[in-house]
Ligand binder design. Sequence first.
Ligand SMILES: Nc1ncnc2c1ncn2[C@@H]1O[C@H](COP(=O)(O)OP(=O)(O)OP(=O)(O)O)[C@@H](O)[C@H]1O
Length: 362
Amino acid sequence: MVNNPNSPFADKAALCDWLNQFTHPWLVHEWADTPGLVHWQGDQAVIITLPFAASSVADALTDWIADQQAQQIATDLNVSVKVRVTPLAANDKPLLKGVKNLLVVSSAKGGVGKSTTAVNLALGLQALGARVGLLDADIYGPSVPMMLGAVDEKPSSPDGKMMSPVLAHGLYTNSVGYLVPADNATVWRGPMASKALSQIMNETLWPELDYLVVDMPPGTGDIQLTMAQQMPVTGAVVITTPQDLALADAIKGVNMFSKVHVPVLGVVENMSYHICSACGHHEAIFGTGGAERMARDYAIPLLAQVPLHIQIRQDIDEGTPTVASSPDSEQAQAYIELAGRVASRLYWHGQPVAEQISIKTL
Ligand SMILES: Nc1ncnc2c1ncn2[C@@H]1O[C@H](COP(=O)(O)OP(=O)(O)OP(=O)(O)O)[C@@H](O)[C@H]1O
């Protein structure tokens, strides 16, 4: 109960009622009532902490409050809005040391744009104010070093045991591609591939990260299943393309995660429609409606429809992914929007864990 007679609100519930008038697609109805988000001791200082990558929401909320105060509402309060990502429980496994949330990006078949999406999604989370790592676990086609323009980099190992990730475009990254030339990795099979994978998974010394995005090998076989089972995964995103066959495969991907109790956040339809680089015209070259139908029939959220755009391919081939090179473009905004949806769904459907007990070694 707040007893300050000068306060515009009788108590915290009244303060939260006021804040709940601010709405955003990434916030739930009556978001301000969520424990831990609004701090107010009854004095003039109110601190709002958004618990997932959402700096654009923080900016919009700050503007809304300024607007309200310009209308003489709550003028006595000094409200600050910040983002601090909350660690979430991951299928009963202890979190990776330093990593608050582990997000896997997967596809049932190769070539659908899984790595391109993983890289731009990681950069999108970063654009929303998070500290992000990217683990390239695609041992058969480790493309992350090339996509980040870091093929000549190598992780350092100050203690001769653990690897320090390579920093590229602000992302902390590791990949078997840094350890062996990309051409060799594609011929790896069985034990060699598993050994390389367990090495980068267990011997990387991640700094404090809000999100670690893992680019999985394509497919729904044993190796993917084992990985999904062994990692402390907070949520999975499945990438597909609009063709009927790819959509049918995406269901396999969703089912694989369900088997090992990993929550699937939803599906991304990549190359959903073509944007002409000359005139900006949108054309649905593979037809429309398939992903929406699948989402409806199988109750899987459709997280984003990413356009097919020549610039996405050119940027990533040059090692400067679109979200890093032209963050204001329509294509980059599609990835940033995806990142916000992923981060918000992860939080609102997740189970927060206390930070001091969450950080354990695997
Ligand atoms: N939305 C897009 N617009 C234009 N080009 C794209 C888009 N998404 C992916 N690409 C291009 O398609 C090709 C395949 O993409 P990518 O390597 O990301 O697929 P993948 O599913 O990770 O493949 P793999 O199974 O080999 O790992 C790349 O050349 C990439 O630049």
